[in-house]
Design a protein around this ligand. Structure first.
Ligand SMILES: Cc1cc2nc3c(=O)[nH]c(=O)nc-3n(C[C@H](O)[C@H](O)[C@H](O)COP(=O)(O)OP(=O)(O)OC[C@H]3O[C@@H](n4cnc5c(N)ncnc54)[C@H](O)[C@@H]3O)c2cc1C
Ligand SMILES: NC(=O)C1=CN([C@@H]2O[C@H](COP(=O)(O)OP(=O)(O)OC[C@H]3O[C@@H](n4cnc5c(N)ncnc54)[C@H](OP(=O)(O)O)[C@@H]3O)[C@@H](O)[C@H]2O)C=CC1
Ligand SMILES: O=C(O)C(=O)Cc1c[nH]c2ccccc12
Length: 391
């Protein structure tokens, strides 16, 4: 029996904020679309794959999705629960109804028929489904899979090893010796949570980082609307020095380049401190050098220090997994699954291919991409393609 081909205009892969926002913007312009999601719910990163104490880091004006502002009486900083509610309200408002439990395993552009052919594994029925669309929007996110670093001896480590995406709470680690590897925003907050719950906590900081707080970053983001980045960056660093002093004696060095410049160049966010630095200063959280190797349950650091641990939390970041399923003959994406073209030209590719949420600019980047993509597809509609597309 042949497989039924489900004809679509726009196929959106991923029902996180990017996929939902793109769908909503398209619907607003009366362009039919379908959202395909591997998980059994939308925004699964927020609902299932983050730690309990997580809340939004940025003010609500930087976390809004298109055409749906947060209520004026909502607090500046939104909690995770309220953000999840906002996402669900957003889907309801625009009647976005993703097809859940469907993992895209293959997407190929068929030049003959000028359409994207997308194969999906329905994890409920175990059937393979096939969709075809004139446009394909990749919205599978920068956080599709946790990165597990290659550290000698890690696979044989005798204690527990957990990626930060699976970490829920420090309460399971009370009284244990825990090593957090990685000092991005996840690592810093997880270390705080562990220590608050009575774990003996250490964190590996192998490179320089900018440390700021919520209010400072909020002020900086607002100032960026009016002032040059170099000026705002200088102000941010001065405030950071005033707030935290010289942290190098605690193992935390500041980069030469400014926080927002680094964010734009590398995508790495400054650390938004929620109390971790105070605990590092008091010695409640211990800063460690890079890991040299692991033997049994003992970790050896690059300065020859060694210590035994019960658990290791890998807060070592995430990767995009697009390359595993997208037949990308034109090389729109590079090896790490991120678009080759630099911001602000990253979102539009050849043959009706787009990506949303891959600009390393958090939720504000997500909204920008969704609106650009919908407007672009709409203009192709208007230019007379309409009849052809709707075929
Ligand atoms: C712990 C953490 C906290 C964060 N906090 C903030 C914050 O406060 N502010 C901010 O601006 N940003 C934050 N971010 C950044 C985050 O990337 C965005 O908030 C947002 O979730 C990005 O949305 P997205 O839709 O692009 O990706 P995601 O939310 O990751 O959604 C992608 C979706 O695609 C699905 N998918 C993946 N592969 C497939 C496939 N092959 N087939 C079908 N479906 C697939 C996934 O299941 C997922 O539901 C945070 C990230 C993390 C990890
Ligand atoms: N509430 C919020 O808004 C939150 C937002 N986020 C966001 O989510 C995204 C992901 O954050 P996060 O999960 O922290 O990941 P990141 O990619 O930001 O950080 C990963 C960290 O791991 C370090 N690292 C990687 N490999 C190793 C290794 N082998 N040994 C030692 N250190 C290593 C990196 O350091 P190095 O520089 O040395 O490579 C880096 O500090 C970010 O954009 C972040 O801002 C995260 C948490 C909360
Ligand atoms: O998650 C990202 O990549 C973002 O850009 C949003 C963000 C979350 N936490 C932050 C701290 C400082 C600057 C940006 C962010």
């Amino acid at each position: 029996m042949g497989m039924a081909m489900r004809e679509q205009v726009v196929i959106i892969v991923g029902a996180g904020p990017s996929g939902l926002a793109t769908s909503a913007c398209l619907k607003n312009l009366c362009i039919p679309n379908v959202v395909i999601e591997r998980d059994d719910c939308s925004a699964s990163l927020w609902k299932k794959r983050c730690y309990d104490r997580l809340n939004l880091h940025l003010g609500k004006e930087f976390c809004e999705l298109p055409h749906f502002p947060f209520p004026p009486d909502a607090p500046t900083f939104i909690s995770k629960i309220d953000f999840i509610k906002y996402i669900d309200d957003y889907s309801a408002r625009f009647e976005v109804k993703p097809l859940f439990s469907r993992e895209v395993t293959d997407a190929t552009y068929d030049r003959e028929v000028q359409r994207w052919i997308v194969h999906v594994n329905n994890t409920c029925t175990n059937n393979v489904e096939c969709y075809s669309g004139r446009f394909l929007v990749v919205a599978t996110g920068e956080n599709s899979e946790g990165i597990v670093p290659e550290i000698p001896g890690l696979p044989e480590f005798e204690g527990e090893v957990l990626h930060s995406s699976l970490f829920k709470s420090g309460k399971d680690y009370s009284g244990k010796n825990v090593l957090v590897v990685g000092c991005g925003n996840s690592g810093m907050e997880i270390a705080l949570d562990l220590s608050n719950h009575g774990a003996e906590t250490s964190i590996v900081v192998r490179n320089s980082i900018h440390v700021m707080n919520k209010e400072l970053i909020h002020m900086g983001m607002r100032l960026l609307r009016y002032f040059p980045m170099a000026l705002v960056d200088r102000l941010m660093v001065s405030c950071s020095i005033w707030l935290y002093g010289d942290t190098s004696k605690f193992g935390i060095r500041r980069p030469e380049e400014g926080p927002f410049l680094l964010k734009c160049k590398t995508g790495r966010s400054p650390i938004l401190d929620l109390g971790t630095i105070k605990k590092i200063k008091t010695g409640d959280i211990k800063v460690m050098n890079a890991i040299a190797y692991i033997r049994g349950n003992e970790v050896r650091f690059s300065n020859n220090e060694k210590q035994v641990f019960d658990a290791i939390i890998l807060a070592t970041g995430y990767k995009s997994t697009i390359k595993a399923w997208l037949k990308d003959e034109d090389g729109f994406f590079i090896e790490d699954g991120m678009p080759r073209a630099k911001y602000p030209n990253h979102w539009s590719g050849p043959n009706g291919l787009y990506c949303a949420g891959l600009s390393k600019r958090g939720l504000f980047g997500v909204s920008e991409d969704a609106m650009n993509i919908a407007t672009d597809i709409y203009s192709l509609f208007k230019d007379g393609l309409k009849d052809k597309i709707l075929l």
